[in-house]
Design a protein around this ligand. Structure first.
Ligand SMILES: Nc1nc2c(ncn2[C@@H]2O[C@H](COP(=O)(O)OP(=O)(O)O)[C@@H](O)[C@H]2O)c(=O)[nH]1
Ligand SMILES: [Mg+2]
Length: 173
């Protein structure tokens, strides 16, 4: 959990910690602490979150909760979120479910260029906690950064991967 002091601007130290969390594939929940001391309307919290995400785009996968360590407000729903994130970190996606995703989502749009058509044939989940996949394709030089991002986003949606970073490795088979 990344505890942000909502009365202060996010610090260089917050950024360093966040980078370590993401780099190491850890689960993450962002907590806006001291909510008893600021405007805690849904709208204000949404805005805070947008500003934070603008500064730290790497936290986009993490849910946010507004809490008060002093009054205890918001703490009640924390355990539920922790268990959800833990479940996502430790969940093993079966190869058949992963290949259903590749069939349904990836194969619908296989980019082509002068060099040829990108074909992703199948994938496996190579690790839980950190969550990592290996996707096998015909030629790694055909996959762009944009397409990697596209697949990563779709995979996150498809398997509801809230709160965990996902790594996908592409290999030629
Ligand atoms: N009102 C309020 N005060 C808090 C809350 N959390 C911490 N504080 C107070 O803020 C002061 C500084 O603590 P904090 O910023 O959490 O710790 P630090 O910056 O790591 O030393 C202490 O007096 C805490 O009691 C909160 O949710 N609400
Ligand atoms: Mg402080």
């Amino acid at each position: 959990m990344l505890v942000i002091d909502s009365l202060e601007d996010v610090s260089e130290q917050d950024k360093k910690i966040t980078d370590q969390i993401v780099k190491n594939g850890k689960g993450l929940i962002v907590l806006f602490n001291k909510m008893d001391l600021y405007d805690n309307s849904e709208e204000a919290i949404k805005k805070r979150r947008e500003i934070l995400e603008f500064k730290f785009p790497q936290i986009s996968y993490a849910p946010t909760l507004a809490i008060s360590a002093v009054t205890g407000k918001g703490i009640g729903s924390l355990l539920e979120k922790i268990l959800l994130v833990k479940g996502n970190l430790n969940r093993k996606i079966t190869t058949s479910k992963l290949n259903a995703f590749i069939q349904d989502v990836v194969k619908r749009y296989q980019p082509s260029s002068k060099k040829g058509v990108l074909r992703i044939s199948y994938g496996v989940q190579s690790s839980i906690a950190p969550v990592e996949f290996i996707f096998f394709l015909n030629n790694t030089s055909l996959i762009s950064d944009n397409y990697r991002q596209y697949i990563s986003n779709r995979l996150r949606e498809y398997f509801h991967y809230e709160g965990v970073p996902i790594k996908i490795i592409y290999k030629e088979k």
